[in-house]
Design a protein around this ligand. Structure first.
Ligand SMILES: [Ca+2]
Length: 346
């Protein structure tokens, strides 16, 4: 007699004992419990997708046979191991080669960038910095099939709520016909296209700037540049304001470092100082890198220490928060800012 798990039943044991042993054997198989749990979970996702108005054929084609991918979880859990200091990160990204490439892209797409600036108020250098950092101006192509990686992270308990929402956003993209499934590749964490938008950001902020009826952040340069600009504009970008600058701080801050820290209360929770006007920072002794006083204006800014107290200090304005909303990491936002400065273009 053949039983589950490919075992053959010996005839000289009572059948009850044998069934009991087989059950234990099956439960001890790696992934057995998880497979069952995953199947149940996927079924719930499919049911909810129907309730959300996703067509049955879209659900079938997107989710049939999909399985969690172990290496996606491994990457997700090991993220903290890749922490770098600001200078090491800058040395990787803001290279002479990348600055030259950014200037070339600026010349190539000058007219589009001008139109994008007119509509969204975000200068070309900042759009180019983000495009360059995210995918090296589209040269870095995503290789991970998007649906299995998002399914994996949605099934995993660590950030299931966030990635479950991303999964429904992908299904909605397919349902609306914004993209075909065979083109759906992303990063291991689900970021898509040349601006590396998450699916929910795509639905909320991607733009059809070339007017062909599709919001193509994979191949259309006008759509890509406008989508980045629209994202920043919708997250509070202020036209004609800088992102921030590196500053010198008074030695008295050494003792008061803790009291200077606060946490943002909404959105990105990265730590900064409290907000003060440049006039107030001036009075406290914060200076430009060359030792000169800050402009005596009522613009508000917060201090940021990407490497902690011993590292460099930056005074950041409202536009810095818009960049942080794109990717909530000080190393990222400061690098976008400094990269854009180094391009020395408008
Ligand atoms: Ca388009």
């Amino acid at each position: 007699m053949l039983l589950p798990c490919g075992l053959k039943c010996p005839t000289n044991y009572p059948i009850q004992v044998f069934v009991y042993l087989v059950a234990i054997f099956c439960l001890l198989q790696p992934g057995f419990g998880q497979t069952t749990e995953f199947s149940l979970w996927l079924q719930q996702v499919k049911t909810e997708a129907i309730e959300r108005g996703i067509k049955q054929d879209v659900i079938d084609s997107a989710l049939t046979g999909v399985q969690p991918i172990k290496r996606v979880l491994k990457r997700d859990k090991n993220q903290s191991e890749f922490k770098l200091t600001l200078d090491r990160y800058l040395n990787r990204v803001v290279t002479e080669k990348n600055i030259r490439l950014a200037r070339t892209k600026n010349r190539e797409h000058r007219l589009i960038l001008k139109e994008v600036y007119k509509r969204y108020g975000v200068p070309p250098r900042v759009i180019l910095a983000i495009w360059g950092i995210e995918t090296r101006f589209g040269l870095v192509k995503a290789k991970v099939p998007l649906i299995p990686s998002i399914v994996t992270l949605a099934f995993d308990k660590r950030r299931s709520k966030y990635f479950r929402a991303q999964l429904f956003a992908v299904l909605e993209m397919l349902n609306e016909g914004y993209i075909d499934q065979k083109s759906l590749f992303g990063s291991w964490a689900g970021a898509m296209g040349q601006p590396q938008f998450m699916p929910s950001s795509y639905l909320a902020y991607a733009q059809d700037f070339d007017g062909d009826g599709r919001r193509d952040i994979w191949k259309s340069i006008p759509d890509i540049l406008a989508s980045i600009a629209n994202y920043l504009a919708r997250h509070g970008w202020v036209q004609n304001l800088m992102w921030g600058r590196e500053v010198l701080t008074p030695t008295s801050y050494g003792k008061n470092f803790r009291s200077l820290s606060r946490r943002a209360t909404r959105g990105c929770r990265a730590k900064t100082s409290e907000l003060k006007t440049l006039t107030q920072w001036n009075m406290e002794g914060v200076r430009k890198l060359n030792g000169q006083a800050l402009p005596n204006v009522q613009i508000s800014g917060a201090l940021v220490w990407p490497d902690g107290k011993q590292g460099r200090t930056f005074l950041t304005y409202k536009n810095y928060e818009a960049i942080m909303s794109y990717n909530c990491a000080h190393l990222y936002a400061i690098t976008v800012g400094l990269f854009s400065d180094r391009m020395a273009i408008r």
